[in-house]
Ligand binder design. Structure first.
Ligand code: DGJ
Length: 737
């Protein structure tokens, strides 16, 4: 029996006498016991395939460690290989070893090396193929990372048709599936559904991890809640086409698989070559969805994001995109920067439109040379001017793309990923990152810009989905999408190694590539092009199931909002942005003075509490109605924190509202006060009534506290005023008493 433990979970594998690996248990931590009851198969189940003549085991009724094809397990398999000899594989146990850390076996990004590893080697004697299964246990955060490697030890090439990163068979069958679905500016709709008989796939075929279906998925016991019950959260350290396959077999076994999407994929493995899957991660908690979220948050902060940026403050930025779009010149930018500096902003980000012939989205992509007319000089000079105002300077790129109307396309039309008539998206085409010349060009052109000016931040955008998938530099076209992702990681690695201090932010038309692969290089990602305060509450709440606040950029923008045309108070826009990496993306030069003054106070508040807001433990709290979302962040030492109370539509004279906190220190006494917040009413700035509550942590955690009555016709002491889409932030201040 092989045991793998994290602080609160155990994973147990049994080696069958005939060499197959049986998944015995994954769940709450238990003691090691080789007599743990295993399903016995002492008779010959009718109409089944026995693994071998002299034993009664039929593989479809045993939980498998890595399901295979052709030996009687008819469920979706972890691996599928075609060779001249067969399409059946039969990998059997050869050896295993435990060690600390990781062998540097991966060419792709992975979680860091602070882990304990179990490595199991299996062999198929008939095909002469070796399969190595890796299990990396991140003890402190209750996460296990898994991957698989295939080594071709035969004399013939083999074709991998499918090779998943993780296969998990669950003992019980009463699970619901939670996934996050969406589209552009409409990302992360949380969906929950029971797992019924059959096969259900969540996947991406768009080339990136996609806003259609995020690779983070959760299996929860049907009765589990935010705080109770068994939940398994999964994710993949990969930024391309992925698939999460869930099968409930006729015998009520549930199998979960995640990895590179087998759709449109195959990979030729020549003799002696190896193929390694991306790493998948899984976390178990029996404390409900907040339990798995907390594990994943800590895992990402501790083991995924680059060390240079882990637990570091993130600069508050102003981005000129929604302020100017393509229509800017140097004086406009400097004016915006001055206003931003005045409010307390720390970083100025120049978005799309600074290069080549880029005055709209029809031209210029690929030509990463500053447009001196528009910038009235060089990038170096602009950066200096911004620095002289007192802000650091950052720049937008979209290096994976080219417009036909560009110098790059004129010179190298064959660099586009296409073969024949091309479909377009936003007037742009995808460069073939499988081609090393293309990668060299991207690295050279981006690094030339970064070397020549004081640029401390890069926003790396990617604004279209794949079509016409083809690469002239790859023999097997089934490998192109995967090799593209490998090419992208090669570029990221070279640039982030060359510029280790530059903060890279990922972006793909918002959240079209919001995944752990990107986070290994870029510690923050623009979660959505939707900056509407109400939409952002939903999006960021969904993000919180799998990702911490520190990776999720969130901007305060203008109203009416550019995506929804909705008008919300500037304080509501801030309150939700404060639960992420704060930025502003609006024309501050046009903002009325009263709102500018409010922004100043918001920024001062965020700076003072940045560490807790970014790195405190985040929980979703119980909300009394569909019109409300409540969440909290609490510092690791439980001494301080914030509660966000977000509403959509209001009704007059509403029912009482209560907040029940979680995980506060039972013995600490907490003073709870609403952040000083304004309400703009008939162009006047009105201060909302103060709110103060208090109590011992245990009382707040179990009984909760009742909020003041909501506005009932007039502004008065001891009432709360929340217009439609209103929200409040409460500060928790705890001390021993
Ligand atoms: C899409 C991004 O998500 C936006 O924030 C902005 O950078 C535009 N691209 C610029 O073209």
């Amino acid at each position: 029996m092989l045991y793998l433990h994290t602080k609160n979970s155990s994973y147990i594998i049994n080696i069958k006498p005939y060499g197959k690996l049986e998944q015995v248990y994954y769940g709450k931590r238990i003691k090691e016991d080789d007599n743990i009851s295993l399903p016995s198969q002492s008779n010959d189940p009718p109409h089944s395939v026995l693994y071998q003549q002299d034993c009664f085991d039929t593989l479809e009724r045993i939980s498998q460690e890595y399901g295979e094809n052709g030996k009687g397990d008819f469920r979706e398999s972890g691996i599928f290989i075609f060779t001249d000899k067969s399409q059946t594989t039969d990998f059997c146990y050869k050896s295993h070893k435990f060690y600390s850390g990781k062998n540097p076996h991966q060419t792709m990004p992975t979680a860091d090396e602070n882990c304990e590893t179990l490595e199991i080697t299996l062999f198929d004697d008939h095909l002469n193929l070796e399969l190595v299964l890796y299990y990396h246990s991140y003890y402190d955060v209750d996460v296990i990372a898994r991957s698989a490697k295939l080594v071709n030890k035969s004399q013939q090439s083999v074709t991998i048709d499918r090779m998943m990163s993780l296969c998990l068979d669950l003992d019980d069958d009463d699970y619901n599936l939670i996934s996050f679905e969406g589209s552009w500016a409409n990302e992360m709709h949380k969906k929950e559904q029971p797992i019924t008989t059959g096969i259900y796939t969540i996947d991406s075929k768009v080339g990136t991890s996609s806003n259609r279906h995020n690779p983070c998925v959760i299996l929860k016991q049907s009765q589990a809640t935010e705080d109770f019950g068994n939940c398994y959260a999964f994710n993949l350290i990969y930024s391309g086409n992925h698939a999460e396959i869930i099968e409930r077999s006729p015998f009520n076994y549930i199998r979960f698989l995640t990895g590179i999407n087998p759709y449109g994929f195959n990979f030729d493995l020549v003799p002696q070559q190896e193929f390694h899957t991306p790493e998948a991660v899984m976390s178990f908690s029996h404390n409900g969805l907040n339990g798995t979220s907390k594990n994943m948050h800590n895992f990402i902060n501790n083991h995924i994001v680059p060390k240079e940026f882990a637990y570091k403050d993130r600069p508050i930025l102003i981005n000129n995109w929604e302020a100017t779009y393509f229509d800017f010149d140097k004086p406009t930018l400097l004016q915006l920067a001055k206003e931003a500096k005045d409010t307390g902003v720390e970083l100025f980000v120049l978005d799309d439109g600074w290069f080549g012939n880029r005055s709209s989205d029809k031209a210029g992509l690929g030509d990463w040379v500053e447009n001196k007319d528009k910038l009235c000089g060089t990038m170096k000079e602009l950066a200096e001017d911004i620095n002289n105002i007192g802000l650091s300077f950052g720049l937008w790129f979209e290096p994976e793309m080219v417009n036909q109307d560009s110098q790059l396309y004129k010179k190298n039309p064959h660099w586009v990923m296409a073969n024949g008539k091309m479909s377009a998206g936003r007037n742009q085409f995808i460069l073939d990152l499988c081609n090393s010349d293309v990668r060299d060009y991207i690295v050279d052109s981006v690094s030339t810009v970064l070397k020549n000016a004081n640029i401390e931040y890069v926003k790396w955008d990617m604004n279209r989905n794949f079509s016409d998938v083809f690469s002239a530099s790859v023999n097997n076209q089934g490998e192109v999408c995967h090799r593209y992702v490998m090419g992208l990681y090669d570029i990221y690695k070279r640039l982030t190694t060359q510029f280790p201090k530059v903060l890279f932010e990922g972006c793909s038309a918002g959240g079209n590539r919001f995944d752990l692969g990107i986070m290994c290089f870029m510690p923050q990602i623009w979660a959505s092009d939707d900056t509407d305060a109400v939409e952002r509450v939903r999006i960021q709440k969904s993000v919180s199931y799998g990702y911490p606040q520190s990776v999720c950029s969130a901007h305060v923008s203008a109203c009416p909002n550019h995506q929804t045309m909705r008008t919300t108070q500037i304080e509501a826009r801030f309150n939700i942005a404060a639960f992420g990496v704060l930025g502003y993306e609006l024309d501050l030069t046009k903002l009325p003075q009263i709102e500018k003054d409010i922004v100043k106070e918001q920024i001062a508040f965020y700076k003072e509490n940045r560490a807790t807001l970014l790195y405190g433990d985040m929980y979703r709290l119980q909300a009394s109605s569909e019109q409300r979302t409540v969440c909290a962040v609490v510092s690791k030492d439980l001494s301080t924190g914030f509660i966000g109370d977000f509403y959509t539509l209001q009704s007059p004279n509403p029912f009482k509202n209560k907040i029940i906190t979680k995980y506060l220190c039972d013995n600490k006494y907490y003073n709870i006060s609403a952040r000083k917040q304004y309400f703009i009413y008939e162009n006047e700035k009105v201060v909302l009534p103060t709110e103060n509550y208090c109590g011992f942590g245990d009382g707040l955690n179990y009984k909760g506290f009742v909020l003041n009555n909501q506005h009932i016709g007039k502004l008065a002491e001891n009432t709360r005023t929340l217009c439609d889409f209103g929200s409040r932030l409460y500060n928790l201040d705890g001390a021993e008493k």
